[in-house]
Design a binder for this molecule. Structure first.
Ligand SMILES: Cc1cc2nc3c(=O)[nH]c(=O)nc-3n(C[C@H](O)[C@H](O)[C@H](O)COP(=O)(O)O)c2cc1C
Length: 387
């Protein structure tokens, strides 16, 4: 199939569903428990409608945005996603390279398997997302490694003090640490394209089981099949504001809190001198029943000063979704699954095509709204139905 026949993120999702083994697609696509938050993320967009302006003159349009003095070509970026090597061999490379080529931010997950020393060759400006334990002795060496790799933006995820209840993964036999099983083997056999790209290239060409090599300072990390000493999520449940206050003192770069849902947490982040927040519920993958991200956005924006960047992710699939968040005060929108579908279908080219689709949707709809640039967008352009 030619990539130009895939016209939307939805098309990529359907294609990825057919390529990926059921268990892997379930890992990517799924939510937790009853998927209330997964659904709420999408539902929130229906409740916000546009109120476009006419006769503005929109011949010259730009969707670029500025953040901390740096210009990005699109108002969106690639959210951190762990274990993407399950979807595509050297997936982080494809995501990072496509992001660098198109001038959007790429956030490398701490639970990735391509060493940051290599990712940096694809995108020297990658942001790093950490699952930081409440333990200074672990944090400090990690910060040193990040600094020596030129990382300037550190994203600390705060909605994952504990592992979530992902029943779909349990039903499909998908676990992290990863365990081979007969069911997974046959799932792979039924998906030969995936087996050739991921299974064969990883085990036959690399001759190694992928390792979580970016989670701590030691680049050796540990195998994705192995439970590290002290447990997989060791110490995350001890992380609190005192660690962030200390990190603010010792980390010279930007600190972004990801997974912010409550306005008071955003206000606290600003008071503490952190640099931004990302309103997020982890794509409906953590606390089920949490508010949809777009629903949570206005209160968070209202709780901080206008200079303090509020970003967002969760359920964005269309350019119009992105424009709604920007009109409500978001400075940047992140997406996870859409880019992973792109990578699963066609590696870097697939990611690039998803970026192009979203970019052209933003461009077209920005013009249809009666705006020439992102800064012209504000709440005047939207109405909320009954919320
Ligand atoms: C497969 C997958 C893995 C993820 N891994 C991480 C991770 O390692 N760290 C993190 O902060 N968020 C992780 N997330 C959450 C994303 O960063 C982001 O919040 C979410 O995907 C946004 O929702 P969307 O997929 O609907 O765009 C993951 C999401 C997916 C789909």
């Amino acid at each position: 199939m030619r990539l130009d026949q895939l016209l939307s993120v939805g098309d990529f999702e359907r294609r990825a569903r057919s390529i990926l083994p059921r268990a892997v697609f379930g890992y990517v696509n799924g939510g937790t428990e009853d998927c209330l938050t997964l659904d709420a993320n999408r539902e929130a967009f229906r409740a916000v409608q546009f109120r476009p302006r006419g006769l503005v003159g929109v011949a010259d349009r730009s969707q670029s945005v500025e953040l901390w003095g740096r210009k990005y070509q699109h108002p969106f970026g690639i959210a951190p996603m762990g274990v993407t090597a399950m979807c595509r061999h050297r997936c982080e490379w494809d995501l990072a390279k496509a992001a660098a080529n198109t001038g959007i931010p790429f956030v490398l997950s701490g639970l990735s398997t391509l060493a940051m020393e290599t990712v940096r060759e694809a995108d020297p400006d990658f942001w790093y997302q950490g699952y930081i334990p409440g333990d200074r002795e672990v944090i400090q060496p990690l910060l040193n490694r990040l600094q020596s790799n030129g990382v300037k933006v550190l994203v600390v995820t705060i909605d994952t003090p504990l592992g979530a209840n992902r029943e779909n993964n349990q039903r499909n036999g998908f676990t992290i640490p990863f365990k081979f099983s007969q069911g997974l083997f046959w799932d792979g056999v039924r998906h030969p394209r995936w087996s050739a790209n991921v299974f064969a290239r990883t085990l036959l060409a690399d001759r190694a089981i992928p390792r979580f090599c970016n989670v701590v300072a030691d680049p050796h990390g540990y195998r994705i099949t192995e439970e590290p000493k002290g447990g997989f999520r060791s110490g995350r449940d001890r992380l609190d504001w005192t660690h962030l206050a200390w990190m603010r003192e010792v980390w010279p770069g930007r600190i972004v809190l990801k997974g912010v849902a409550h306005p008071d947490d955003a206000a606290m982040a600003e008071r503490m001198g952190l640099d931004a927040v990302i309103v997020s519920n982890h794509g409906g993958r953590q606390l089920d029943g949490a508010q949809g991200s777009l629903d949570a956005l206005p209160d968070v924006v209202a709780a901080v000063s206008s200079q303090f960047p509020v970003m967002i992710d969760g359920g964005f699939r269309r350019g119009t979704d992105i424009l709604k968040a920007m009109a409500l005060g978001a400075r940047m929108v992140f997406m996870g699954r859409p880019f992973l579908y792109g990578a699963s279908v066609a590696g870097q080219e697939g990611v690039q095509r998803v970026i192009d689709i979203l970019g052209s949707e933003v461009d077209r709809n920005l013009g249809l709204l009666g705006c020439r640039e992102m800064d012209m967008l504000n709440r005047e352009f939207i109405v909320s139905k009954g919320r």
